[in-house]
Ligand binder design. Structure first.
Ligand code: PEP
Ligand code: MN
Length: 338
């Protein structure tokens, strides 16, 4: 349920409504727009249905939310959310590029990657220190040593670090090193993990689950926000379909749909979305044209020697060309790569 206050409502009238809701244990989220305040009520609807809230001074109306995620929805907050990651803004007119190797493989490989993506204009360095691999025998990541290397790359380049948290136990150590926590596709419905990152104050990049519907994905974002962390960025990374030529089917209609029904920023990962390096540039261009607020791109100094996802990783040269191309498309879409 959403309570819309009148534009002229006073602070006292608002406080009276909030006190009333608190007496029955309902949680609230305030959205203070330029003209009026909107109260998002979280909790058992039956309590509020019995309350004469609409009769209270300063209240314009009560509106039921038609979707089961509230904090995520545009019904609740009309303005686009801009997530601030240590001064780098994601959303609105800001285009963000997160780039780097699939995994942190060694100090040399990662520092080299950082230099490459920084020089080409990316604002974030990506790279998994904990790798959720399909096979238990595949490279699993350097773990804490990988996080230390990522932090060193940040020191050297000023790039922000985004890296994956694979379980509840690793959240606190990853928070010590990263600027942004990534929830991978395989963990999109790990509700315990979502709640744990929701209790931190780190921005979260939430990838769409391998076979998740848009509704399930937005509900996963709601899990994080319902714990008090509103700094969530969505990431479309392709879904499982019958198509085998590509690793996944990159669902760009989900970008447009998520923009309509949610105020959260959304970026596109065409690397995991296609699994083929030669499709990364065209799908990056299409993603920005579809309204995405940024891209996540796998780049490796030498893709042929990558320990994971070499087939979908761009060479330094191809990444540099891509950055030039997207700068002009971003301009057409009213965004700048700051
Ligand atoms: C990744 O970005 O490192 C990754 C594993 O991607 P996904 O979770 O989308 O498969
Ligand atoms: Mn990868």
């Amino acid at each position: 349920m959403i309570i819309v206050m009148k534009p002229e409502a006073t602070k006292q009238q608002l406080d009276r409504v909030l006190t009333k809701l608190a007496t029955v244990g309902l949680k609230v989220h305030l959205s203070e727009g330029s003209t009026r305040t909107i109260i998002g009520v979280i909790g058992d609807k039956r309590f509020i249905a019995q309350m004469p809230i609409e009769a209270m001074d300063g209240v314009e109306k009560m509106v039921p939310v038609t979707v089961d995620y509230k904090l995520v929805s545009r019904e609740f907050k009309q303005e686009n959310t801009i997530v601030d990651v240590g001064g780098v803004l994601i959303g609105g007119s800001h285009l963000v590029v997160m780039a780097g190797p699939c995994a942190v493989e060694s100090r040399e490989q990662l520092l080299q990657s950082a230099e490459i993506v920084k020089k080409a204009g990316a604002q974030f360095l990506r790279g998994g220190a904990y790798k959720p691999r399909t096979s238990p025998y595949a490279f699993q990541g350097l773990e804490v040593q990988g996080l230390e290397i990522l932090a060193e790359a940040r020191e050297k380049t000023g790039l922000k670090i985004v890296t994956e948290v694979v379980d509840v136990d690793s959240v606190s150590v990853v928070c010590d090193y990263a600027d942004m926590l990534q929830i991978g596709s395989r963990n999109m419905q790990n509700f315990q993990l979502l709640k744990t990152v929701g209790k931190t104050n780190k921005p979260v990049l939430l990838k769409r689950g391998l076979s998740a519907t848009i509704n399930e994905w937005l509900n996963a974002a709601e899990y994080i926000m319902s714990e008090g962390n509103y700094n969530v960025v969505l990431c479309e990374r392709g879904i499982r379909t019958y198509e085998e030529y590509t690793r996944n089917t990159l669902d760009l209609s989900a970008v447009a749909a998520a923009k309509n029904i949610s105020h959260l920023p959304i970026i596109v990962d065409p690397s995991h979305g296609t699994g083929r390096w030669e499709l990364v540039a065209p799908m990056s261009r299409a993603g920005i044209a579809a309204g995405a607020d940024g891209l996540m791109i796998e780049v490796h100094p030498n893709p042929a020697e990558a320990l994971s996802d070499g087939k979908q990783s761009l060479t330094p040269e191809n990444f540099t060309i891509l950055m030039q191309e997207i700068t002009s498309i971003a301009g057409i879409m009213g965004k700048t790569l700051a």
